[in-house]
Design a protein around this ligand. Structure first.
Ligand code: NAD
Ligand code: WQD
Length: 360
């Protein structure tokens, strides 16, 4: 029976769809494309050599969502769909609560109606708030620093209450650390709208010449070089974690949370250097004031996922940088077909310059 993937056109969802198809799963994708492009779905299909049904449906539209369950027998749901920009969530909290929480409740109501009880949920290391220590294990106290984080925390609580009310449910809460990288083919990857909020897409956009320089948010943290430390994980390793979680929810009932990280932390300046070494492209940067709400150090204790799901991240930081760069350099404008690249190279290497043309 197929796996329903909500948000399957997005960054992590698209990589997970490829891994699911490669492993022989049938999939159905639901996405309203509010933060993704349909082109990513064609590319998933091309990489895996398989096609799959896609429903352009908003989780807020219960009737349309129910049709997906009427037309298909679904075994389990991997639930990626949600808005994820921290700053935007502070400006537009109601949009975040409505989309992420109401969307999830709609999905759960329909799952209940059609007796689909297995879910793998995209949570986030953000549920640890400002961690007091590292490495962070799943039993650390939970808190939220912004509305986005609160939606993740609230959904974890909703899912916990649901399991308590009915032990038929089987749920994995996957707390991702910092996903970066892209599929080896360079055909799918992260395609942020506008100026990226996150470090790696910012670095690759500087490297490709779309942005002039990286702003490093603070160099006075209590770390060796003063810049913030995070646990960066290759998105393909992360995607594989979903297949392990799917096996887990298919073989036992309950609700469990798992950290998906490497257990290693790198500073912002170490990331810049690793990127330059892996790609040969320089990334100019300047130090600016810290970003409010940023923790100094955040990395996972990922031993629970290793013990209980037999999952561990395998890819090196070098591969993360190489693969992020392959995606960005092959697709300087992401999936956007209306923008074409002319010229070659990047402004920080000696090979030339390029610019973008918008086709009306
Ligand atoms: P993404 O924005 O690339 O993918 C999310 C997808 O969900 C998009 O394709 C979007 O169009 C879709 N979507 C959003 N709201 C929807 C709705 N109401 N109905 C239907 N589709 C909807 O994000 P991503 O980076 O792939 O993240 C996937 C999930 O993982 C999100 O829930 C995110 O909060 C979580 N997460 C991401 C990160 C990260 O750094 N990328 C870290 C931790 C957790
Ligand atoms: C990493 C490091 C920044 C950008 C965010 C969300 C979190 C989760 C993952 C979804 C930090 C520094 C960044 C830049 C910089 N998402 N930085 N200049 O903040 O760990 O986590 O994404 O759940 O909820 O908060 O990731 O990539 O934004 O930052 O110096 O332009 O890079 O200060 O130290 P973060 P990030």
């Amino acid at each position: 029976m197929p796996i329903l993937v909500t948000g399957g056109a997005g960054y992590i969802g698209s990589h997970t769809c490829v891994e699911l198809l490669n492993a022989g799963y049938e999939i159905i994708v639901v996405d309203n494309l509010m933060n993704s492009k349909q082109e990513s779905l064609s590319r998933i299909s091309e990489i895996a050599g398989k096609s799959f049904p896609f429903y352009q449906v908003d989780l807020l539209n219960e009737q349309e969502l129910e049709k997906v369950f009427i037309e298909n027998e679904i075994d389990a749901v991997i639930h990626f769909a949600g808005l994820k920009a921290v700053g935007e969530s502070v400006r537009l909290p109601l949009r975040y609560y409505h989309n992420n929480i109401t969307g999830t409740i709609n999905l759960l109501n329909i799952m209940k109606k059609y007796d689909v009880n297995r879910m793998v949920f995209s949570s986030s290391a953000t549920v640890y708030g400002m961690p007091e220590r590292v490495p962070i294990s799943e039993d650390f106290p939970l808190s939220a620093l912004n509305p986005y984080g609160r939606t993740k925390l609230m959904i974890e609580e909703i899912l916990t209450d649901l399991y308590k009310s009915d032990h038929k449910w089987s749920i994995a809460l996957l707390r991702y650390f910092n996903p970066i990288g892209a599929h080896k083919s360079g055909m799918i990857g992260e395609d942020p709208n506008g100026i990226p909020n996150n470090l790696m897409p910012y670095i690759t956009q500087v490297a490709v010449g779309k942005l002039p320089e990286l702003s490093v948010f603070g160099n006075d943290y209590p770390t060796a070089d003063g810049t913030g430390i995070r646990d960066y994980i290759h998105v393909v390793d992360l995607a594989k974690g979903h297949l392990k979680a799917l096996e887990k929810v298919s073989t036992s009932n309950g609700i469990e949370s798992y950290n998906l990280g490497t257990g290693k932390g790198y500073s912002v300046l170490e990331m810049v250097e690793a990127f330059e070494v892996a790609t040969g492209v320089s990334v100019p940067y300047k130090i600016v004031t810290p970003r409010p709400g940023d923790a100094a150090i955040c990395f996972a204790d990922a031993s629970k996922a290793r013990k209980e799901m037999e999952w561990a991240a395998e890819k090196s930081l070098r591969e993360m940088c190489e693969d992020s760069w392959r995606w960005q350099s092959k697709n300087p404008n992401g999936y956007d077909e209306n923008l074409i690249q002319t010229g070659t190279g990047n402004p920080h290497s000696k090979s030339g310059d390029f610019f973008h043309v918008k086709i009306d």
